[in-house]
Design a protein around this ligand. Structure first.
Ligand code: ATP
Ligand code: MG
Length: 432
């Protein structure tokens, strides 16, 4: 064999395997998310991971971090189509609701899955990461904005998390942004010498994005730049007040952060982020807002919309820090067998126990009883069920207690095994 064939192939930088132990933790997280979302009437949607590149450049905006430098784009070598691994889920979701005419009545939807961005990998920032996205269509008033925010708060609670703070802002409407934009350009022109390359490039294409810069050197100029919130007209103000009123009514603390602009182009009116100081630099765990113009700009009939996306890795990090360590999952029973008749009975017993809602791991590696018992111990199971020629001939099994000191093993009739085990498991749960 030549050298290149033998070299180990490894996972890509910033793209992680989620191994058993960790993956159960993810499943649990996803269950909580589904339950919480169902309690608000949100329904699941699954869209493809690959979409046509123009979908993202149109939806997210050409002059954004994502479209300028973070997308995994490639040409399909078979037909020359420009394709992109989805960097976020809203664009695909909107494409799907337009394509399948889901916009007639109001829609409340959610999805979860991997997203791809070519960023510098670091804690809380990966190239393949996961989002839960929640989107609503057809609701123009502040109620849905507030509902989405309350839903987040309930989810943090259901996950056992605290210390995640809510920041909100209003980006107004495009006309209001245009006035602000002119002032913003004038302001940054006056401070042109202090701007970095990104900011200079965006000064005339998308100055609002400068406010979103992560460069600490720009912090001061950004903090004292003209505020969009001072340019809101009466309607935008009323919408923003409406959202705040519901949140206050519901006793949900928040702060208005006039510097909050989102990294994507499609937002208007309400924007919000949930931020924690427990994750270092990558402190935003959830971000969203209203995007009333997007459906129309992607070819659908004008439809108000509002949604958010949360970062699964960052939230799981918080759950872990809060002591929600993943619980390893063990089978209840490990089934040991030797000989042809025993093997046939073993399969029948294993399926029978599973019918009775027990988790059973059947030995498939063979070898001596001793070797199989070693594996039974290592499996974490509480009981070993042993079947040899003797047992097979008698229609019985030997039940061995792997976690209880001083309890003698005993023979149990096959027909009574499931009840016997279930009784023991229920008893031990009561004792706990
Ligand atoms: P950031 O400012 O951290 O780059 P963003 O504005 O690009 O975030 P959004 O597009 O709003 O992020 O995505 C919503 C959420 O998804 C973020 O708040 C974050 O929790 C998570 N997220 C975004 N990019 C990554 C990434 N590369 N790795 C892990 N999580 C991410
Ligand atoms: Mg980003």
């Amino acid at each position: 064999m030549n050298e290149t064939k033998k070299r180990k192939i490894q996972s890509l930088r910033g793209m992680n395997d989620i191994l058993p132990g960790e993956a159960e933790f993810w499943n649990l997280f996803e269950e909580v998310v589904r339950d919480t979302l169902a309690s608000y009437g949100y329904r699941p949607l699954r869209t493809p991971i690959v979409e046509a590149t123009p979908l993202f450049s149109r939806a997210i905006g050409e002059v954004t971090d994502i479209v300028e430098k973070e997308m995994y784009s490639f040409i399909d070598s078979l037909n020359g189509e420009a394709l992109t691994l989805r960097p976020e889920g809203t664009a695909g979701c909107v494409r799907a609701v337009i394509e399948h005419n889901l916009l007639a009545a109001g829609q409340r939807l959610y999805y979860m899955g991997p997203m791809f961005r070519h960023e510098r990998p670091q804690k809380g920032r990966y190239r393949q990461f996961h989002q839960v996205g929640v989107e609503s269509f057809g609701f123009a008033g502040p109620e849905i904005d507030a509902e989405l925010i309350l839903l987040c708060a309930r989810l943090w609670d259901d996950l056992g998390l605290d210390g995640i703070e809510l920041q909100i802002n209003s980006l107004g409407q495009p006309e209001e942004r245009a006035k602000h934009r002119a002032e913003l350009i004038a302001w940054f022109e006056r401070h042109a010498a202090a701007l970095d390359e990104d900011a200079k490039r965006r000064l005339y294409t998308n100055p609002l994005r400068i406010l979103d810069s992560k460069n600490p050197d720009l912090r001061e100029i950004i903090a004292s730049a003209p505020k969009l919130i001072d340019h809101l007209g009466a309607e935008s103000r009323a919408h923003f007040d409406g959202v705040q009123q519901i949140l206050s009514d519901m006793g949900l603390p928040f702060s208005v952060n006039p510097g909050l602009v989102r990294g994507l182009d499609y937002y208007n009116l309400t924007v919000f982020e949930w931020v924690t100081d427990r994750l270092g630099a990558q402190g935003t765990v959830c971000a969203g807002g209203r995007y009333d113009g997007l459906v129309e700009s992607l070819g659908g009939r004008p439809t108000p919309a509002c949604g958010f996306a949360l970062g699964v890795e960052r939230l799981l990090e918080l759950v872990r820090a809060a002591g929600g360590e993943p619980q390893p999952m063990f089978p209840e029973v490990y089934l040991v067998h030797q000989g042809a008749a025993a093997r046939r009975l073993a399969f029948r017993v294993a399926e029978g126990l599973r019918d009775g809602a027990l988790d059973v791991m059947l030995d498939c590696a063979g070898g001596s009883f001793k070797a199989q018992m070693k594996r039974a111990d290592a499996s974490g199971a509480r009981y070993a069920v042993i079947i040899g020629d003797d047992e097979a001939a008698a229609g019985e099994v030997t039940l061995k207690f792997l976690r209880e000191e001083g309890v003698e093993q005993r023979r149990v009739a096959v027909d009574e095994l499931a009840d016997d085990l279930m009784g023991r498991i229920l008893d031990s749960k009561e004792e706990e």
